[in-house]
Design a protein around this ligand. Structure first.
Ligand code: ADP
Ligand code: MG
Length: 715
């Protein structure tokens, strides 16, 4: 390594761990297994708990089951053999004024132990205390010898790594011990923490009482003697809080800039002209709810502004997002723009088409449906009409995003079911027009913590009210052995002229057997309910077949629809009042909620029956319990986040979220909010980080985010 004093800190921190004392090739490989290769990686490898070794406990007070530190003098020692297995044991009895305890070694070198711990030797010991009948024992304790009688001298030694302090406990991998990792990490932090740069502006650190990064790191690894152990263990120590704030601060600045970038772009002004929207609101068989009106107002403001809209429309299943989207579409059309409505599945795309088409036709407008299965000749014809501007609204799957599709004047893109679909599609839609407005609809309620970070670049509108007259869906768990009860319920609903869904999970590796299960179930139902028509819907059917089955279900010809999860999103058949979910334990909470949302769409009382597999996990039980307890999508999402953790909740990587080194989205909500506030203010104060004092912050931001944010206006 060249002269450290003159070297670039970033370069130093990127050095391999082998520059540290005690890290040879073997240890290096083992640390690699923990994902640690550079000094910086190691610095951010934080303790997950701590041991309080500040004080020595009297031997009598040592409690079994915990790791304890104590001082004792050797009173007796010797070798013996266990009675049954005749294994060698070396035993040392140590004592202090309060009592005695037995220390045992099962693997040892006798000479070494005898020399190290002769009778009369005093030492500090550390180990797990266990109780065997009346005696307490510590097996293989660590010992630190005391010369003379001055243990205070020991406790205030220069680099006490294991005693006389709060000691960190690190996540480990095989072949590395706590003692070893501590002895490596102590010099690591001592010698390298000061190369970390602190780029969070001083005034923000003062305002939020944050430590600079170097101190924060030192405090987390090797807390001061007077640190609050409780705070440390709860993750509320100022050091940790400071690092978490720092991570969120940069995340939120990135998002703020991304959003500002959108605002700086020029889009089209599309004020509401009432030419089609007014007649539509007169034709609708219902009045918009207050929430729908509020959200529509937000969308109207966005559309009327010269900047492109980037809005997320969030609303529980059945909250009435579609009619809001339809209104937005009409506003675009009033301004002589075209509209694209893109959905993740053919069934859903078609559903949208079916909802939009009749209204548009009554208003004298044209729309079409584009899917992968649309024939080539038909596609060619449709493409031409879209390019000529003859079509006002195109609904479809990703087929709409294909190269051949060229709009004459695309003004608004509506994307349904965001994260089932991907962020990329949003980007492609944007290229199909001159910065068209984008409205993303999602039925998956996203807890505030997550939506703030995930969709920080989108404005969010929430429909938090269901249309009037909705009854809550009655949800029950019925176990396999009581299956007959489920049949009775199906029977009762069918007798009232209602319809039912029966859903089977589709797990990729066992796709065939699930399909088989669904097919067999359909067969059995045909026998059980000979007077009703039973339909089967699954992913391996051709689109035309699927469409035919859905049509028959919509028209009421099919009474019971047995389906694999293809019906999961957006299907709207108000006469269906019963949802039976087979192997309900195999579904995630979000899916269960979505599926349940297929019923309860009309005025009738609806039911949801969850039939779990014979054996299922504790987490599955928790999910089912949540389903019984509430039908509030936001509460379900929050519970889901809790059970699964945020990474898994949405697939962190896929959603484009940076990985946090320290922060946790469930634990650190309040810090996230503070950091967001600080970040947005700072962006404004520094005119998007263009002032000279913002330079280091800007550099750090680019380093952290790289190209992930496509930060258009900085660099
Ligand atoms: P989602 O938000 O799940 O897409 P939809 O837009 O499909 O919900 O609406 C669900 C049902 O509620 C539809 O049948 C729709 O016609 C009806 N609906 C929407 N808004 C209202 C309203 N304000 N009053 C009564 N019914 C409504
Ligand atoms: Mg919908």
């Amino acid at each position: 390594m060249p002269d450290l004093k003159s070297a670039d800190p970033a370069w130093i921190l990127s050095q391999p761990l082998s520059v540290l004392p005690g890290v040879g090739p073997k240890v290096q490989t083992r640390l690699q297994k923990l994902g640690l290769s550079s000094l910086e990686d190691a610095i951010y490898h934080l303790p997950y708990r701590y041991e309080d070794r500040r004080q020595l406990k009297p031997i009598r007070q040592l409690s079994d089951g915990s790791t304890e530190v104590f001082k004792g003098t050797v009173l007796a020692s010797g070798e013996s053999r266990t009675k049954r297995t005749s294994r060698r044991i070396y035993e040392v009895i140590v004592g202090d004024d309060s009592g005695t305890i037995s220390l045992k070694w099962f693997h040892y070198r006798k000479n070494w132990l005898e020399k190290r711990l002769p009778i009369g030797q005093t030492a500090i010991f550390i180990g797990d205390v266990k109780r065997f009948g009346a005696t307490r024992e510590v097996h293989h304790p660590d010992a630190e010898l005391i010369q003379g009688n001055d243990d205070m001298a020991l406790l205030s030694r220069k680099d006490p790594v294991s005693f006389g302090r709060i000691v960190p406990v690190y996540p480990l991998t095989e072949g590395i011990s706590q003692k070893q990792i501590r002895s490596i990490w102590f010099p690591l932090i001592r010698d390298y923490a000061h190369y970390l740069s602190t780029t969070t502006p001083d005034f923000i650190r003062k305002q939020y009482q944050l430590l600079d990064r170097q101190d924060a790191i030192r405090q987390i690894h090797w807390p001061d003697k007077q640190s609050n152990l409780y705070q440390l263990e709860q993750g509320r120590h100022p050091g940790r809080k400071s690092l978490v704030f720092d991570e969120f601060f940069y995340l939120e600045m990135g998002l703020a800039l991304k959003r500002a970038g959108v605002q700086l772009q020029q889009g089209s002004r599309m004020p509401c002209e009432h030419r089609y929207t007014l007649p539509l609101s007169k034709m609708l068989p219902f009045k918009l709810t207050a929430a729908q009106r509020r959200v529509l107002g937000e969308i109207k403001d966005d559309m009327a502004s010269p900047h492109p809209m980037n809005r997320l429309l969030q609303g529980d299943v059945g909250s009435g997002k579609t009619v809001v989207a339809l209104m937005a579409a009409l506003i675009a059309i009033e301004n002589d723009f075209q509209v694209a409505v893109v959905a993740p599945t053919e069934i859903l795309a078609e559903q949208h088409y079916r909802t939009f088409a009749p209204w548009l036709e009554r208003l004298g407008l044209t729309c079409c449906l584009l899917q992968g299965s649309t024939s080539q000749a038909e596609k060619k014809n449709t493409y031409a009409r879209i390019t000529a501007g003859d079509i006002n609204l195109v609904a479809g799957t990703h087929a709409v995003l294909q190269e051949g599709v060229e709009f004459q004047r695309l003004g608004l893109g509506i994307v349904d079911e965001q994260h089932r679909f991907g962020v990329r599609q949003r980007g492609i839609l944007k290229t199909k027009g001159n910065n068209p407005d984008i409205l993303v609809m999602t039925a998956t309620p996203i807890p505030r913590t997550l939506s703030m970070t995930l969709y920080g670049d989108l404005s969010v509108s929430v429909i938090d009210e269901l249309p009037p007259g909705r009854k809550t869906i009655t949800t029950r768990i019925i176990h396999q052995r009581n299956r007959a009860q489920a049949h009775e319920l199906i029977h009762a609903e069918l007798k009232k002229g209602r319809q039912a869904y029966i859903v089977y999970p589709l797990v990729e590796e066992s796709e065939k057997s699930d399909l088989q299960a669904a097919t067999i179930a359909a067969q059995q139902l045909i026998e059980t309910f000979p007077e009703h028509q039973i339909g089967l819907l699954h992913g391996q059917m051709k689109s035309a077949e699927k469409e035919a089955v859905m049509n028959d279900f919509r028209s009421g010809k099919i009474a019971v629809l047995v389906a694999t999860t293809v019906i999961e999103v957006g299907v709207d058949v108000p006469n269906a009042t019963l949802m039976v979910i087979e192997h309900a334990d195999r579904f995630g909470l979000a899916q269960l909620h979505q599926l349940r949302g297929r019923v309860g769409r009309g005025a009738e009382q609806s039911y949801c029956i969850l039939i779990p597999s014979e054996h299922y996990s504790e987490d599955a039980q928790k999910r089912l319990d949540v389903m019984i307890k509430t039908d509030d999508g936001f509460r379900i999402a929050e519970a889901d986040l809790e059970i699964r953790g945020p990474g898994d909740f949405l697939g962190t990587r896929q959603a484009g979220l940076p990985d946090f080194r320290v922060a946790s989205l469930t634990r650190d909500v309040s810090i996230l909010e503070a950091a967001r506030q600080a970040a947005f203010n700072y962006i404004e104060q520094t005119d998007h980080l263009t002032t000279p004092e913002a330079r280091p912050v800007r550099e750090e931001l680019i380093k952290r985010w790289g190209s992930r944010l496509e930060l258009a206006n900085i660099g």
